[in-house]
Design a protein around this ligand. Structure first.
Ligand code: SF4
Length: 370
């Protein structure tokens, strides 16, 4: 069994017809049951649920407090390479883009790690572009060994790996994996992933499961909002998270909802996802899956992140850069080689202060290997 079997059940589901039959009483009822069904979750994503956003927010905040307290885990991304073999039309690292390609030496990795660790962060997300040739598993493994000396948790966001490769990296000290499907709609997936290994939809879809089968501690999945109709994408994302939670109940499953940001190539989103829609999807996901981690990255503005704080978010990035070696390099603003532009540029210290002022506990470390 794979999540693909669940996907197949819903891929031709007529969501507009379903939404046309949603009634206010159904939403009201769904807000008062202890366990929300798949279709109740979907009804929360309909326009009929918009007048209920305040009630949904109350429920969502209460569930978030109950399961996570007033805590926000902080982490930062660290890019070690921007070589890529893929042609994702929305990404600045697309192999067709003429950007300066770079891969950090192990000394440079150490320098970045030292610099970031001085902020107090203990959770790091290691990213490469997707190139097995330039960033083979052996290179990633060496980077992990360096990072382990500075951080208590090392997560990866790299090209998708085989089951044995995930095991090798878990044995080397990796405890978290981020792998976004980007878009669940298989047709749109093939349109926006035009060439390279990432165009293998199924291999990517099953990657979280391969890693979890080897006892990956945390897995973060996501959709790139703007590539396809968000309601159906978020519905499938919620079902995927539920599937993984049910199957691997001793691992932590979380989701991200990144919105398309400007990047080299000037790809235009297929649909615009408004702020209020992001609010609605976060509330719906929290009510459907109360234990789900929800990450909000620096793609979003400082003000928007502030507004979402109490509604269901459990994890935020801080002091981010999407440039290779960007934490320690002096970046020429005119020659940026970023994967995408970030919006919230606050430092880790500023984020810590902001969270404390809001009555939240910023969590810099919540796990270590023993
Ligand atoms: S999204 Fe990832 S795989 Fe696609 S072009 Fe960018 S770095 Fe490469």
């Amino acid at each position: 069994m794979s999540f693909y079997d669940v996907y197949k059940q819903y891929k031709d589901f007529d969501i507009q017809n379903f939404f046309g039959n949603v009634e206010s009483q159904m939403i009201q009822k769904a807000l008062n049951v202890p366990n929300v069904s798949e279709y109740q979750f979907l009804s929360f994503l309909s326009s009929r649920a918009e007048p209920f956003l305040e009630q949904m927010a109350t429920r969502s905040s209460q569930l978030t407090r109950q399961y996570f307290g007033k805590t926000i885990q902080l982490y930062t991304p660290m890019y070690v390479s921007n070589y890529c073999e893929n042609e994702c039309v929305y990404c600045g690292f697309n192999r067709k883009n003429k950007i300066q390609r770079k891969k950090l030496s192990f000394d440079e990795v150490k320098k970045e790690a030292e610099f970031i660790s001085q902020t107090g962060l203990k959770h790091i997300l290691l990213l490469t572009g997707s190139s097995r040739a330039q960033s083979p598993v052996g290179y990633v493994k060496e980077c992990v060994k360096i990072l382990q000396k500075y951080f208590s948790s090392v997560s990866l966001e790299v090209y998708t790996l085989t089951t044995d490769e995930y095991k090798e990296l878990i044995d080397a000290g990796v405890d978290g994996l981020t792998v976004y499907q980007e878009v669940y709609d298989e047709v749109v997936y093939s349109q926006v992933h035009q060439a390279g290994p990432k165009s293998d939809y199924l291999f990517r879809l099953d990657a979280p499961e391969r890693a979890l089968s080897q006892r990956m501690r945390t897995v973060n999945i996501g959709v790139l909002l703007g590539l396809s109709q968000w309601q159906k994408e978020v519905f499938l994302l919620g079902l995927h998270a539920q599937y993984l939670q049910d199957k691997f109940f001793d691992s932590e499953i979380s989701i991200s909802l990144p919105r398309l940001r400007p990047a080299k190539g000037m790809f235009q989103p297929a649909c615009v996802v408004e702020d209020k829609s992001i609010v609605q999807m976060i509330l719906a996901l929290r009510i459907f899956l109360p234990r789900l981690g929800i990450t909000l990255s620096t793609r979003e503005s400082a003000q928007f992140r502030e507004n979402l704080l109490s509604l269901g978010i459990t994890r935020m990035s801080a002091g981010s850069t999407t440039e290779v070696g960007g934490h320690t390099a002096i970046v020429d603003e005119n020659k940026k080689n970023v994967q995408f532009e970030i919006s919230d540029t606050r430092s880790v210290l500023q984020m810590i202060k902001f969270l404390e002022q809001k009555g939240y506990q910023p969590v810099l470390k919540d796990w270590m290997a023993i």
